[in-house]
Design a protein around this ligand. Sequence first.
Ligand SMILES: Cc1cc2nc3c(=O)[nH]c(=O)nc-3n(C[C@H](O)[C@H](O)[C@H](O)COP(=O)(O)OP(=O)(O)OC[C@H]3O[C@@H](n4cnc5c(N)ncnc54)[C@H](O)[C@@H]3O)c2cc1C
Length: 347
Amino acid sequence: MSPSSRRTDTEGIAAALRAAGLSVGVDAPFGALTTYGVGGSAALVVETAGQDDAVAVGRVISAHPGTEVCVIGNGSNTLVADSGFDGVVVRTRPPKDPAAFAVEIVDGTVSVGAWMPLPVLARRSVAAGAHGLEWAVGVPGTVGGAVRMNAGGHGAEMVDSLVTVRLVSLATGACAEASALDLALHFRGSALGPSHLVTEATFAVSPPGDHDGEADLAAIVAWRREHQPGGRNAGSVFVNPSPGQGSAGALIDAAGLRGLTVGDATVSQKHANFIQTGPVATAADVVGLMESVQDTVRERTGIVLRSEVRMVGFGAAVTARFAGESHTDPAVEAARRGLARMLGEPS
Ligand SMILES: Cc1cc2nc3c(=O)[nH]c(=O)nc-3n(C[C@H](O)[C@H](O)[C@H](O)COP(=O)(O)OP(=O)(O)OC[C@H]3O[C@@H](n4cnc5c(N)ncnc54)[C@H](O)[C@@H]3O)c2cc1C
């Protein structure tokens, strides 16, 4: 989308964000902030380092009703359309004070900023004598992105340890503390919506007991290196279908799709549920490949694969084609209404 065709009040919002002391990019690269490294620009990209910055963004956005927002952490589960995003991207980044990286156990819990990379959380928790977050060492996202996605691996996921989060509404500027229950975390999703920015998360941890945390971390890292590709990707693309139907990766593999290529995007030879992007790949290449994989698996098995990757800036048809079912789950809908009430948003 060219700057002249944007609907967002770019200049007014940028001026207000700068007046609040925030770092703002106008018509700034967005796709480049994701691990796929494809996709266009955003009308605005603003960086936040914690609760105060997030509240400041929320106050500015609330004065510009109708402005679309999108939160991004490390972009390791996000695909941005080639046409970009006509709205404000709010990117979480670490505060400048190195002390913010400290992980301490207080009453059996650890509390960290949402900007914290999961591998750092895993390693520092183990170093502090905590057990329970080791699985996160192999997931290249931030704590905030992992809460929203209920990220997991190696037999554990966020919902197992998450106790509370601090939230800011980017629509109203209001803050709240929500329990993990309030978020309706489910397989690779939650009730958190585009206007909800997690600024801090508290996890329950246990003493290591017989566990050798450092050995567990090393084993997980070694397993990842052996089974998953490096390079540009967003991890697993498709969610596993219902129990008993096999994993998404096994279905793609059985359909003989390893190595399938559209443009400069390829189904990984190492892990069939990963899509790799090359240096000249576009978001259209990734979506075209996702469509081919989905069509082929459906023709062979009748199973319609859904994606866990967050798609930003695409039309409704593309988004709906890959969206999971959780948006129609009444429990998730009820939790969404609860969060909206908590944060003074229209429900
Ligand atoms: C090599 C590789 C391996 C991976 N392995 C795994 C795995 O084993 N298990 C797994 O679950 N995932 C895995 N992933 C996917 C991804 O790393 C996780 O989903 C991760 O939690 C996303 O975090 P992020 O900060 O990169 O999120 P982003 O991609 O930046 O955002 C993802 C979603 O979270 C939202 N979000 C981001 N930050 C916040 C915030 N502070 N507050 C509210 N919402 C926010 C975004 O709006 C978006 O909807 C893998 C990815 C890669 C590249």
